[in-house]
Design a protein around this ligand. Sequence first.
Ligand SMILES: Cc1cc2nc3c(=O)[nH]c(=O)nc-3n(C[C@H](O)[C@H](O)[C@H](O)COP(=O)(O)OP(=O)(O)OC[C@H]3O[C@@H](n4cnc5c(N)ncnc54)[C@H](O)[C@@H]3O)c2cc1C
Length: 420
Amino acid sequence: MQETEKTAQTTQDNLIIAHETTTCCIVGAGPAGAILALLLARKGIEVTLLEEHMDFARDFRGDTVHPSTMEILAQIGLADRVLQLKHTLAPAMNVETPQGIIANLSFERLKTRFPYITLIPQAQFLACITEETKRYANFRLVMGARAEKLIEEDGYIHGVQYRAQDGWHELRAILTVGADGRFSRVRKLAGFEPIKNSAPMDVLWFRLPRQAGDPEGTDGKLGIGQGHVFVQFDRGEQWQIGYTIPKGGYQKIKADGLEHLRADIGELMPAFADRMQTITEWKQVSVLSVESSRVKRWYRPGLLLIGDAAHVMTPVGGVGINYAIQDAVAAANILTDDLREGKVRTSNLARVQRRRELPTRLIQSLQNLMQKQLLERATDTKGSPVLPLMFKLALHTPVLRDIPAKLVGFGPRRERVKNL
Ligand SMILES: Cc1cc2nc3c(=O)[nH]c(=O)nc-3n(C[C@H](O)[C@H](O)[C@H](O)COP(=O)(O)OP(=O)(O)OC[C@H]3O[C@@H](n4cnc5c(N)ncnc54)[C@H](O)[C@@H]3O)c2cc1C
């Protein structure tokens, strides 16, 4: 069992009330951290997962679970359980302009048991994964625990100091994993500077009511026009809407007034024009900062970054969750033996980065290209968006047409859990 020793001791400015040890300390119970914890716990490795929030309420992160993740869940016997959670299936993604559908990304031809995007509220998905992990006595989940300091000795990271409800704790570990998302504190504490690699944007995030006659289990929708992308997710009782705006553009949109925003969105997605009237106050609209970046090095001796902490994904293509999960699978595959031996080789941390960096860079470039081509350049003489030639070729040539769906559904490198 993992050790917890309750003693009061002051280190620097913090009054440490408990000294704990584990084999792997994971900071952040998002998709990357939760899946890595599960995969390591299944192998009998002691894991402590720290999550700064008291629950998994995560309105602002997207709900997409792609075929690659469903296959990973199937490998470990969890797919059917996850599919018992309330969900909807999107067998295709339509790209729409006010003039109609200009592209259809179909997952139905993919060779998989799960030829669709599954939309599951992320809070329920994470609760399901962590509940499963709690079956293992060697796993500990600490909610309301914010990692704030790294324990560094002789250039090696030996764990973290975290602040919990009852005070400061020191958690020593053989390996510390920063899976703490796009604003990663672990990344900052370790001294890594992310390199930004696409024009940043912001997203307006709000909900619209479902109306009688709305399709159930509908295809996903991506509306483009007037320099904006409009994304629509089925959230059961309501539609979750994302609407991209230029970085820092919120103040101008606010100054123009809600009426203006309602009209712009109504023009872009006429099916929602009437229900935009339910948006009557700015407090119904959240502004989310979006960027795309990556760190040059994902590791230091004793420390590894995965998921958005290593490479911040934009919502374009809705792939960030699945890339975070694939990082977790690669890390578990490569590091399990080291963790069993109680010593993590830095060369193996480098292997995790080598395995995952190329797919990440490829997909970020694709996100960047889509953002640029679809939003900034591709318009016809009337200024309406059109698909650039290379997208048309990719979607309409029989031998090529499944490549975009494969890239979104599985990514350029498919991870599978080894040594089940
Ligand atoms: C507006 C928006 C919409 C998106 N939509 C989609 C989508 O539809 N589909 C998709 O695949 N991707 C989407 N993404 C991207 C996706 O959210 C991320 O790529 C994905 O969540 C990354 O997972 P992660 O586990 O690495 O990090 P996160 O999901 O960010 O999880 C990090 C966790 O760490 C915790 N944490 C942070 N700091 C600490 C600390 N110091 N101590 C302890 N815990 C800490 C956080 O509370 C959080 O729970 C979207 C992103 C944005 C911004």
